[in-house]
Design a protein around this ligand. Structure first.
Ligand code: F6R
Length: 397
């Protein structure tokens, strides 16, 4: 059932173009386009009569009741591990596209020190398995402490999961499924990227309903999202053998640093976590601008630095942060846009991906990092699908 792949992890990495496509198709209306919706008639009815079917199609259909978005002032996201990383990208999207202040908390921390209650808050639990004990308990606690506090504090709970039949579904009234299919490898790969897809859809839906973006901009982002499956395919096919070859250069490596900024900071965290989990190499993900506040002391020729440098608001900044690392003799690996002379000058090793707008870059940037982690681990002869000490779902506290 590995379909010719050596490990489930590799098979699941290669399933990503397909599952991203499925997930996009599930939530983005095929009959909505900017052209016909760009006029003022595209603005949704501000006071729809309850139960009325909307007169125009909305771009995103998540199946959530309108009441969840009413007077929304805050979003709060609870998750663990890789799902927490996806949530950090979600925060960036919800804040930047829909303008809603968003907090992301580790469920295991939140349980014992919950933030003071905010009004009109949407609480989202993100767990691919739907069984993570800390995430379930944090959601349960949030529900309990809001009940009975009056309308403005009523719980509004949504779960994002790959398992619609899981315990999560009994706890929250609304589930957004990630449609990644069964994931067997312990290291989350395809469930992570589909969580990202769901966050794009949620942020765009909020932006549309709250009119924080014009329909033409929403259409532009949707068009970009629809390109992703074939772009992922391209990255995977171009880099698979290259990374397999490259992996032997890290036979002796004991530490890695991953740098990213803005929307790609969580991708640096995710790259480091994947490497730790499956290869047992110590790795740290850091916001590139924070390197000089401490971790730069770790750098020497034995510590490779992987920097995610995608065109956009922080591109030049990341390149200059990478140069600081190079000045300490670090081997520099760049996840960079294709055919970029500036990147080619800066990095020793280029893992290039198609040029897309910054907002859409995380889904492409994570691909080479998953492959890097996989190939280093496979080369070391490790049990990639069942790393020591880890379980697919953590059902104990
Ligand atoms: C990482 C990984 C773990 C999980 C974490 C949360 O590859 O698998 O960090 O992401 O245990 O799991 P879920 O999403 O099932 O709540």
């Amino acid at each position: 059932e590995k379909q010719g792949f050596r490990h489930f992890m590799l098979k699941e990495i290669f399933e990503q173009p397909g599952v991203v496509r499925t997930c996009l198709e599930a939530y983005i209306s095929s009959d909505w386009s900017a052209g016909e919706n760009d006029s003022s008639s595209a603005i949704p009815d501000q006071n729809p009569v309850a139960g009325d079917t909307p007169s125009i199609t909305t771009p995103i259909q998540l199946g959530l009741p309108e009441s969840l978005y009413e007077n929304l002032e805050h979003v709060q996201i609870l998750a663990c591990g890789t799902s927490w990383h996806a949530s950090l990208v979600g925060k960036y999207l919800i804040e930047q596209l829909a303008g809603i202040p968003t907090m992301v908390q580790y469920a295991s921390e939140f349980r014992y020190a919950p933030s003071p209650l905010t009004r009109n808050t949407l609480t989202i639990g993100v767990t691919q398995s739907g069984e993570t004990a800390d995430t379930l308990a944090a959601l349960e606690m949030e529900k309990r402490r809001r009940i009975g506090l009056g309308q403005e504090y009523q719980p509004r709970l949504v779960g994002i999961t790959n398992r619609s039949e899981s315990s999560l579904a009994h706890l929250v009234p609304h589930i957004i499924e990630t449609f990644a299919g069964m994931e067997i490898g312990v290291a989350a790969t395809k469930t992570f990227v589909t969580q990202l897809v769901v966050f794009y859809c949620l942020a765009l839906d909020l932006a549309y309903q709250r009119q924080t973006l014009p329909p033409s901009r929403i259409a532009e982002i949707i068009a970009g999202l629809r390109q992703l499956p074939s772009q992922i395919e391209l990255v995977l096919s171009r880099q698979e053998h290259y990374l397999e070859e490259l992996a032997h250069e890290f036979d002796e490596t004991q530490d890695f640093i991953f740098l990213g900024r803005g929307i790609n900071f969580p991708i640096a965290l995710e790259g480091a976590l994947k490497l730790k989990e499956v290869s047992y190499i110590h790795a740290e993900g850091y916001p590139a601008g924070e390197m000089k506040h401490g971790p730069i002391a770790l750098l020497d020729s034995k510590v490779p630095v992987v920097a995610i440098a995608m065109p956009g608001t922080v591109y030049e900044k990341v390149l200059s942060n990478a140069q600081e690392a190079k000045a300490r003799d670090a081997r520099l690996i760049g996840v960079t846009p294709m055919h970029d002379p500036e990147a080619a000058q800066t990095f020793d090793i280029l893992l290039s991906v198609p040029v897309v707008e910054e907002l859409l870059s995380p889904i492409l940037a994570v691909m080479p990092l998953q492959l890097l982690a996989y190939h280093i681990a496979a080369r070391r002869g490790l049990d990639v699908d069942q790393p020591r000490n880890l379980a697919k779902s953590v059902t104990v506290e």
